[in-house]
Design a protein around this ligand. Structure first.
Ligand code: PAF
Length: 277
């Protein structure tokens, strides 16, 4: 497996006709990321080239967020990626990705990007879309794989690719969970063992939301308020707990595929999760 830190080196290594599949990450990898690499391999076959990027993107962090303490574990990440058959790692430093202040940015539509995560993390999806667009330009993949754990991000990226007519097939990777049901996340590393146990309440409460809807409850505001209260009573600080339709994250109607999404702080750690139904 090759590791490239600059754009020219990566581009030179990617010359040729083999299809390229891309898995963008911020590093500190877990089994969920590695499953995306395996999915990328299945998409392009044994002769395809798999590129994973490892870059902690300052543009998608607000000043009070965890950019500085976000774990940088490139050596371990590279070993893990090599172990699942990744061909190339692109691990640029900030000066490579942003040699001058990034004045040109991708602004996703507000109706999709200023709700939920975007409401509580203003500018987050501008930062995500800008770096992903730039990474797409650098890697020029045929296929890119994003995890459903970041459900709204996946949707925002899909729309960007559609609207900009980028010739990239976006694949969605299922959320991987620990044996106890905790969605794998790089931020789980911030949690103590006791907090990891308590963290299960997030997915349990999301499941409760879905079950209530499936059981016939239709007062969404009340369902969501009850879900928020469940978390607050257990000492969490929830940002949102909500039921949406999968199609566009709008208000669900009978018969439409659903997704329950939530974000909440447990101690110092903000967790997100979602469940489809
Ligand atoms: O999902 C992530 O890890 C990041 O948002 C991404 C897509 C790598 C962009 O920095």
């Amino acid at each position: 497996m090759q590791i490239h830190h600059n754009i020219a080196g990566l581009r030179a290594a990617l010359q040729g006709d083999a299809p390229v599949a891309f898995v963008p990450t911020m590093g500190n990898l877990h089994d969920g990321h590695l499953a995306l690499v395996t999915q990328a391999r299945e998409a392009v076959g044994p002769t395809g080239r798999i590129v994973a990027s490892v870059f902690v993107n300052r543009l998608q962090f607000a000043p009070h967020e965890d950019f500085d303490r976000y774990p940088r574990t490139l050596q371990r990440d590279a070993e893990l990626l090599a172990g699942v058959g990744c061909d190339l790692v692109f691990a640029p430093d900030e000066a490579t990705m942003y040699p001058e202040p990034q004045g040109y940015k991708v602004h996703p539509p507000v109706e999709l990007a200023d709700i939920l995560e975007g409401h509580f993390r203003p500018g987050f999806f501008i930062g995500v879309c800008t770096v992903v667009a730039k990474l797409f330009n650098i890697v020029q993949p045929d296929v890119a794989v994003f995890g459903k754990k970041d459900y709204q991000q996946l949707m925002v990226i899909r729309r960007m690719v559609d609207q900009m007519a980028l010739p990239i097939r976006i694949l969605a990777g299922e959320t991987r969970r620990s044996d106890t049901g905790l969605a794998l996340s790089s931020r789980n590393g911030y949690l103590s063992d006791a907090e990891k146990q308590r963290a299960l309440l997030l997915s349990q409460t999301l499941r409760g939301l879905i079950q209530a809807w499936q059981g016939g409850a239709r007062d969404i505001e009340r369902l969501e308020a009850a879900a928020m209260l469940t978390l607050r009573d257990a000492g969490w600080l929830p940002d949102y707990m909500t039921l949406r339709r999968q199609h566009d994250l709008g208000t669900p109607r009978d018969g439409e595929p659903l997704v329950a999404l939530g974000a909440a702080k447990l101690g110092q750690t903000r967790l997100i999760d979602n469940l489809e139904a």
